[in-house]
Design a protein around this ligand. Sequence first.
Ligand code: ARG
Length: 460
Amino acid sequence: MAQLWKGRFKKELAKETNDFNSSISFDKRMFEEDIKGSMAHAAMLGAQNIIDKSESEKIINGLSDILSDIKNGKLKIDMNAEDIHTFVEGELTARLGSTGKRLHTARSRNDQVALDIRLYLRKEISEISDGIKKLINVICAKAEENKNTIMPGYTHLQRAQPITFAHHIMAYAAMLCRDLSRLSDVKKRMNICPLGSGALAGTTYPLNRKAAARELGFDDITLNSLDGVSDRDFCIELSAALSIIMVHLSRFSEEIIMWCSWEFKFVELDDAFSTGSSIMPQKKNPDIAELVRGKSGRVFGDLTTLLTVMKGIALAYNKDMQEDKEAIFDAVDTVKMCLTAFTPMIETMTILKDNMRNAAAKGFINATDCADYLVGKGLPFRDAYKATGELVAVCIEKGVTLETLPIDEYKKICPMFDEDVYNAINLEKCVADRRVEGGPSVESIDSQIKAAKEIVGQIC
Ligand code: ARG
């Protein structure tokens, strides 16, 4: 297919150069955005009498036909075209003759590509947000079922204090709620229209930039034409937000992987979301979670690519910027794929409540509550802490737990202990008493679930 920029050149582009220069293999996915952007541009050109109204209409109809022909498979995107913009304009001209050639009046591929990426990513952000909302809902449903499922909470991967499984996984819902709000922030800054920036210096034609922007659902127009064509902050911001999502999914995956081990056995993944080994018949591996954890690396790489591509570019457009697309598309695709696999895996996993409860019974996770008991009897916390530490040492020596240590052993260390200590260190009570906002009690989990659902309902 012919280049758009032939006039000045005497020779054809070398095949190798064409392959190297071309972006059609990856920007073809923006065909719909490219066409819709062109339709809005053509409509504005007509409305401003920059081109004839009837020609504007012909262009819009021609573009609309091209769009449906691509969608229903009648028209194949020519992989010899330099990019999607060249292909669409070339096809329009092939269909409409010289009328098609008027489309590019007052426009450059530089503002066109900046427009297309924004339109494309805007749609992808909505899809990713929907995927995150689904995952939050699944987490909330699991939390509903596990408000009384006692498990050890950890710090340093050492058993620390009693919590519930609901409390643990609602932490991930909280992270994902922040992800939703981050995506919506990114969308706000992305939803600004660069059309009219031209190649870099705007144009002499009397455009109505705001009308075209409105037509395409943008909130505003870009402030400066050089920045309009050479800004890719929105790609960097999106890939940063996507990287943070992957940090969250990766941490969650890591826990699933641990919980699936015989050492923990806190959860069992559904067979549909686990794999076996070709040699070890007993194996059931959490491959999906491992892959999600692994794929986080790709997305962080994409963010690094974008930062590095952009950091040394003199204003305005430079071809380096064509490298933006593979990176941001990969980040978007990867996050979508991960969410698609991860959410049903969580939804279908079985929670092994007894194993969690047994793990909670070991490890002295009620030691803080034991110290708090003494504080309740009037001892300063630091003294109560020391006495409980000594009790734990006695338990370890005798091979018992705080629950099974006889009362006289308690009294030997501190006479303030009485039979009611056993009630005070009961794990269910320890959890129920943590009524503070954000804590593990049933009331607190109920309000965490409610708040997460509100966020899911509000953010679009
Ligand atoms: N394929 C190009 C890109 O993705 C489109 C813009 C081309 N502009 C130019 N001046 N060569 O960046």
